[in-house]
Design a protein around this ligand. Structure first.
Ligand code: SAM
Length: 275
């Protein structure tokens, strides 16, 4: 008995704003598959309609991905080709799909990309920050404590740091980034890329936060925040600050130890000790 040739799982990027960025190959691929798995079918349906793509849609999101992945892999093995899209941009980039892609690959199914927009790459391409090496940190935790912990963990990272942030938390994020990474650290805030109100602002983190705090329009929409990596001097200062803090904290309450260590070494106090 001949087994059917397995189908292909296409991972297809959709625009992050400007519909002109939907590539002809993406549209063609979506028209050719048996079904399209979408993060939120209510958001994807109008996009597909606009491009004349009339293919069954299935929901695949964080809450059903494990359960549905096995069924999708069975369909792929039976010879159907499927496509995966997310609400905007490239699937799996701060979006669902990782577990499906993994399951498909483990089953020996071909997984093929149809690349297109990804907000982090669009932002890096216009930020004017070193882009030969960068660290994508995605969304930081919503709660201040968790967010600061993650910022502390990357405070001496030499590569350009790239974060995703929403309008609800952009000011809190910039405030924490300024206090943990240092108010003078150069950063870029890329907002609403490819859309009508696209804005790319740059400057020291502290100044950027004040400018955006003063202008409610600049707090709206979707954001990529890029922060210049730590220079050698900054990394050395932080290492010294952490060494002094650890020594002082053996004898003093942590907040006092952090205050003194920051004064003695110049390292940002919040990079040394929590909140
Ligand atoms: N998969 C998407 C991608 O490839 O970029 C990212 C999805 S993630 C759920 C959404 C976040 O991406 C937003 O909160 C924002 O940080 C960033 N983002 C998406 N579109 C953007 C845009 N047009 N301008 C700036 N940031 C954007």
């Amino acid at each position: 008995m001949n087994l059917p040739a397995a189908g292909i799982l296409f991972v297809v990027a959709t625009p992050i704003g400007n519909l002109g960025d939907f590539s002809p190959r993406a549209v063609q691929t979506l028209k050719s598959v048996a079904a399209i798995c979408a993060e939120d079918t209510r958001r994807t349906r109008p996009l597909l309609q606009q491009f004349g793509i009339d293919v069954p849609l299935m929901a695949l999101h964080d809450h059903n991905e494990d359960e549905i992945a096995a069924k999708l892999v069975a369909r792929l093995l039976a010879g159907e080709s499927l496509a995966l899209v997310s609400d905007a941009g490239t699937p799996l980039i701060s979006d669902p799909g990782y577990r499906l892609v993994r399951a498909a690959r483990e089953a020996g199914v071909k997984v093929s990309p149809v690349p297109g927009a990804a907000a982090l790459i669009a932002a890096l391409s216009v930020a004017g920050l070193p882009s030969d090496r960068f660290a994508f940190e995605g969304f930081l935790p919503a709660k201040a404590g968790g967010r600061r912990d993650r910022l502390q963990a990357v405070a001496s990272e030499p590569r350009t740091l790239v974060f995703y942030e929403s309008s609800h938390r952009i000011l809190d994020f910039l405030g924490d980034a300024a206090s943990v990474l240092g108010a003078d650290r150069h950063a870029v805030v890329a907002r609403e890329l490819t859309k009508l109100f696209e804005t790319v602002l740059d400057g020291p983190l502290g100044e950027l936060r004040s400018r955006i705090a003063q202008d409610p329009n600049q707090q709206k929409g979707e954001f990529v925040v890029l922060v210049e990596g730590a220079g050698d001097d900054e990394a050395a200062q932080l290492a010294e600050g952490r060494r002094v803090y650890a020594k002082l904290a053996e004898h003093l309450p942590p907040s006092t130890a952090a205050k003194l260590a920051a004064e003695l070494t110049g390292a940002p106090r919040k990079a040394l000790y929590g909140s």
